[in-house]
Design a protein around this ligand. Structure first.
Ligand SMILES: *Cc1c(COP(=O)(O)O)cnc(C)c1O
Length: 383
């Protein structure tokens, strides 16, 4: 049965983003595609095959559930990394299937070694270092325990990476903190190297790679940028205004659009309240369209009286409250409108577009939150 709206994934846009980002990091740097949060709302299953078709063969997820979904659809040669949550039985599943995992505390390391010994199969691990995000990662004290442990059990471990994560590379206000993290990461890597432990180094997310080139190293973990969205306005401006900038136009193209159809039309007289309560009073005779999407579907209630959509190439404002399953827009200036017309909530229509950034701004959400909250149930189609 059809859902009330659908999501389109634009493969041409993805191809452009990937080639721009690959060119930024160079041929020798590995592109890791981050697909946590249901591939930032794009749909893990649909997104993996699209990215694989464009040469991506390494994906990172947050947990075992996401890994399972990725593992079920990926090509056999495509590799996976789990960056976050795993319980004991899931660690076993990951090792059996050759899926790499982040080791960010000593418990995780013990569990990986123990499981690998039991399975007689090496655990593939990425050593995550605590450099100042103060979330997950091995600090100097942990390393005193971890280094001898790794050396002693090296036959149970395959070290696939040594990594860290920055505390907000998308904002200039974190500049000093990031610089300190880069320095500390280098120090820790040296320490590990001295102990004979080396592996590809990786630290950059989208914002770090696009703002601080020295964070690019052997691999970059690209999340939001591959989907054609800048991590922040600052990152966008930094790139578009930089002197070396080889491009005059925005090189990132949004991959995702979100669309329902007009459900119903109605005319209301001047002086009537529209929809629940007194949130909107019609000041003229108005033509209204009902859109069958509400906060249940991820169209935030905070867009009540403030959001807008595109219909027949024209902008139509949200009037009144966003309900659980529907909201209304003013279509008085959309000639020829009919039930079943395509409505754009996010995306382009004619010369107009509604970006993820503007949508997020209106809802006081960051792009990341807005995208990853799009419900799983909405079907995703490749166009
Ligand atoms: C989410 C995440 C990324 C990707 O971040 P973007 O800002 O979307 O590029 C990279 N590394 C880790 C550890 C992450 O959790």
């Amino acid at each position: 049965m059809e859902h009330t709206s659908w999501i389109e994934l634009n493969q041409k846009a993805l191809a452009k983003n990937l080639s721009f980002l690959k060119q930024r990091i160079g041929d020798h740097c590995v592109f890791a595609s981050i697909i946590k949060g249901n591939a930032y709302g794009h749909g893990i299953e649909q997104y993996i095959s699209l990215a694989e078709a464009r040469g991506i063969n390494l994906f990172a997820v947050y947990d075992a559930y996401e890994a399972y979904r990725a593992w079920s659809v990926k090509k056999p040669e495509t590799e996976l990394i789990i960056m976050g949550m795993l319980d004991k039985s899931q660690i076993e599943w990951a090792i059996v299937n050759g899926i790499a995992l982040f080791v960010f505390d000593t418990d995780r390391l013990y569990a990986a070694i123990e499981t690998a010994r039991k399975l007689k199969k090496k655990a593939r691990i990425h050593i995550e270092l605590e450099t100042g995000l103060n979330r997950t990662g091995l600090d100097a004290d942990d390393l005193a325990t971890v280094i001898p442990l790794i050396k002693k059990h090296s036959r149970y471990l395959s070290i696939c990476g040594i990594c860290t994560h920055y505390a907000g590379a998308e904002s200039i206000s974190n500049y000093l903190r990031i610089q300190n993290q880069i320095k500390l990461f280098r120090d820790y890597c040296k320490k590990l190297k001295k102990a004979g432990i080396t592996a590809p180094y990786h630290s950059a997310c989208s914002a770090a790679a696009l703002t601080y080139p020295n964070t690019i190293m052997d691999m970059v973990r690209f999340g939001i940028a591959q989907y054609g969205i800048w991590p922040s306005m600052e990152t966008k401006m930094h790139n578009l205004l930089s002197e070396e900038s080889a491009f005059k136009r925005n090189p990132l193209k949004p991959v995702l659009s979100w669309k329902p159809k007009v459900m119903s039309l109605k005319t209301v007289m001047q002086g009537t309240f529209v929809n629940y309560g007194n949130a909107y009073l019609a000041t003229n005779k108005m033509r209204l369209a009902t859109i069958p999407v509400g906060y249940h579907h991820g169209y935030s209630r905070s867009l009540s009286n403030t959001g807008h959509v595109l219909i027949r190439g024209k902008k139509a404002d949200v009037v009144g409250m966003v309900n659980m399953n529907m909201f209304m827009v003013d279509v008085s200036r959309v000639p020829g409108i009919g039930v079943g017309d395509e409505v754009v909530l996010i995306g382009k229509q004619g010369d107009l577009s509604i970006s993820v950034a503007s949508f997020s701004e209106m809802t006081k959400m960051v792009n990341y939150e807005m995208l990853s909250r799009l419900p799983y149930q909405i079907p995703r189609y490749v166009v």
